[in-house]
Design a protein around this ligand. Structure first.
Ligand code: ADP
Length: 172
């Protein structure tokens, strides 16, 4: 059985990620999308929320599973006996960072975890989770970037953040 993992922050998942998941699901018998809990980042959605969102968005892909992990990817891969990690490449700017992660994973795992890159479909090349968050924080239109159910959750999150900022402001 050909298995792969697709790790990322997915904060939030965009149509770019979904495109990679969809394509990977054709090349592998089983793809596990892993929400990596990166302690250096302060995410908009908790890992539990992101797992739920991903489960909902990928429910129509029969061979796609969702999980989360708080640690080194090579340890997750070893535990599950998976040897391919999938990453998406949008532009040359992604390359240096992705190459470094891929080589680190390969070396740290003694060649047990290799990386396969899928280049993004051109229509999604401009999309990133951080630009989605920036646009939404100014109440801009993110409908071309994320599915409707994700759009709703992102706006709700920013509305709640705005409300708590107002409540805690010294002039409130
Ligand atoms: P990370 O914080 O680990 O980079 P992301 O959630 O931002 O996680 O991205 C996960 C993976 O998906 C990365 O390989 C990234 O390059 C890829 N990716 C992100 N946005 C897109 C997109 N629009 N098209 C294709 N791949 C993408």
């Amino acid at each position: 059985m050909k298995k792969a993992i697709y790790p990322g922050s997915f904060d939030p998942i965009t149509y770019g990620h979904i495109d990679i998941i969809n394509r990977a699901s054709h090349y592998f018998d089983e793809v596990t999308v892993i929400v990596m809990n990166n302690k250096a980042k302060s995410p908009l959605f908790s890992a539990e929320e992101r797992v739920k969102i991903l489960q909902n968005v990928t429910k129509d892909f029969p061979n796609v599973k969702v999980d989360s992990f708080d640690g080194l990817l090579i340890n997750y891969a070893k535990e599950k006996d998976i040897h391919i990690s999938i990453r998406g490449l949008r532009a040359v700017t992604d390359f240096e960072y992705e190459l470094q992660i891929a080589q680190t994973n390969y070396e740290l795992s003694n060649g047990e975890l290799d990386t396969m890159f899928l280049t993004t479909s051109l229509e999604y090349a401009y999309l990133s989770s951080s630009s989605v968050k920036e646009i939404a924080s100014f109440h801009g239109d993110i409908s071309k970037c994320v599915p409707p159910e994700v759009e709703k959750l992102v706006y709700e999150k920013f509305d709640r953040l705005d409300a708590s900022l107002l409540q805690n402001s010294p002039n409130a």
